[in-house]
Design a protein around this ligand. Structure first.
Ligand code: SF4
Ligand code: SF4
Length: 418
């Protein structure tokens, strides 16, 4: 696509990056077929190609209106369009730039500003979110069903093994996951402990910054990014092999740290190293298959599982088929999931900011996941897990918990273990 960026943007880092991305787009429209909002709303401006045009117009100096903001807000940032695009258009990076610029040009209403401010303050705070969730659990029986369904039951984490191995990896604690599902990172620590890896939590690391970034407080989000780098760095220097992330949405963000801080002389090199070390837990388990094989059960679990691959896993991190093959290896039967490339509608804070579209996507996703009559739905991201739980009676778990259960079932009785 030919471009002629306006003088105010063309020589800035954002302008240079956006221009290179725009020029790759050849208007072919292949991406429309896999865009959830276009499938649902049928409006070209709610498709990747339409949004790319809107951003191009803005960058070329055309007036920016609430219409531009609306269509960019409706985008789930699921990045299914990137997976489909034959020209390698990095839509996710372009829309980050587009949203940042629209935010400076189109004022939001006071109510909308307040809502976004509240979300970016509340969600990344473990203390505030944890206290609110604890209260919600107490009052769950008297809450309206629609709200009560959004409050997950507490699953006890169980014992976390002490750091006893020479091989060590860091784990991202995150913001909402420790209160919503502490069982996930605990299961990951126990699985890795079995194969000779200790998982360490750096106490001063916190939210990955994705919630704040995607609410368009992009510069503020960098404070979370830098805090995590500072917290992890001493462990990296001491030999931590990787930064393990059990929420694929957070993993996508940590993989971007190097890009986000590439112009920051104090952080650029360390941020790039941290992104290099970031691993989704499925990548770690897949790389350690040899060690796991010795512990694999000889019997099938006789348990049907539907795997929901989060957009952040399949389109963001480009990890496809890995979790499914790990689950099959330990005896689970994977049920078919039609349209598995489509978003469930969770998408960070999207389910709160755009509840109508989100609910329609959830309904379609639950129908697809339940179509093979699974006993359990597995996923790889806490946001999707909580969102799916609100729309189905089938139990929803993180797949690492299922892996641990299969390994535990195959292990000799505790007294016989070496
Ligand atoms: S598939 Fe890629 S090149 Fe084609 S219109 Fe979409 S973004 Fe542009
Ligand atoms: S990121 Fe998802 S919702 Fe947004 S344009 Fe691409 S496919 Fe559509």
């Amino acid at each position: 696509m030919q471009t002629r960026l306006a003088d105010w943007i063309k020589d800035t880092p954002q302008g240079v990056e956006a221009d290179a991305i725009l020029r790759k787009c050849v208007h072919c429209g292949f991406c429309l077929a896999t865009c959830p909002t276009y499938n649902l709303l049928g409006d070209e401006l709610d498709s990747p190609r339409g949004r790319i045009y809107l951003m191009k117009q803005m960058l070329e100096g055309a007036p920016v209106t609430q219409r531009t903001q609306l269509h960019l807000d409706r985008c789930l940032t699921c990045r299914a369009c990137e997976t489909t695009c034959p020209s390698g258009v990095e839509y996710g990076r372009l829309v980050d730039i587009g949203r940042d610029l629209v935010e400076t040009k189109v004022p939001r209403s006071p109510a909308e500003r307040m809502r976004r401010w509240f979300l970016k303050t509340f969600l990344p705070s473990r203390g505030m979110f944890g206290a609110a969730l604890a209260l919600g659990r107490i009052f769950k029986p008297v809450l309206p069903t629609s709200l009560a369904r959004k409050i997950p039951e507490r699953r006890a984490p169980g014992a976390v093994p002490a750091a006893r191995h020479a091989r060590r990896m860091l784990v991202l604690g995150g913001c909402v996951q420790p209160s919503m599902a502490p069982s996930i990172n605990a299961a990951a620590a126990r699985v890795l402990d079995r194969i000779g890896i200790s998982l360490l939590d750096a106490p001063r690391a916190g939210c990955c910054g994705a919630v704040t970034f995607h609410l368009n407080y992009q510069h503020e989000a960098l404070d979370y990014v830098k805090a995590n780098i500072d917290a992890w760095w001493p462990h990296v220097e001491a030999g931590a092999e990787a930064i393990v992330i059990t929420a694929s949405g957070c993993g996508t963000m940590v993989k971007e740290y190097g890009h986000l801080l590439r112009h920051d002389p104090a952080y650029a090199a360390r941020a790039a190293r941290i992104s290099d070390l970031a691993r989704d837990i499925s990548e770690v388990i897949a790389a350690e298959r040899g060690a796991l094989a010795a512990q694999l059960p000889g019997v099938a679990q006789a348990h049907n599982v539907a795997f929901h691959s989060p957009c952040s896993l399949q389109h963001g991190l480009k990890i496809t088929g890995t979790v499914e093959s790990i689950l099959r290896d330990v005896g689970y039967t994977l049920t078919p999931v039609p349209d598995s490339h489509l978003c469930c509608g969770s998408a960070g804070t999207y389910s709160i900011l755009k509840p109508g579209i989100s609910k329609r996507l959830l309904k379609d996703k639950v129908r697809a996941l339940e179509s093979g009559f699974p006993e359990t739905i597995a996923t790889a991201n806490i946001g999707c897990l909580a969102h799916l739980e609100s729309g189905t009676d089938v139990p929803v778990r993180h797949w690492i918990e299922l892996l641990e259960e299969a390994l535990e079932a195959a292990a000799p009785p505790r007294g016989d273990r070496g």
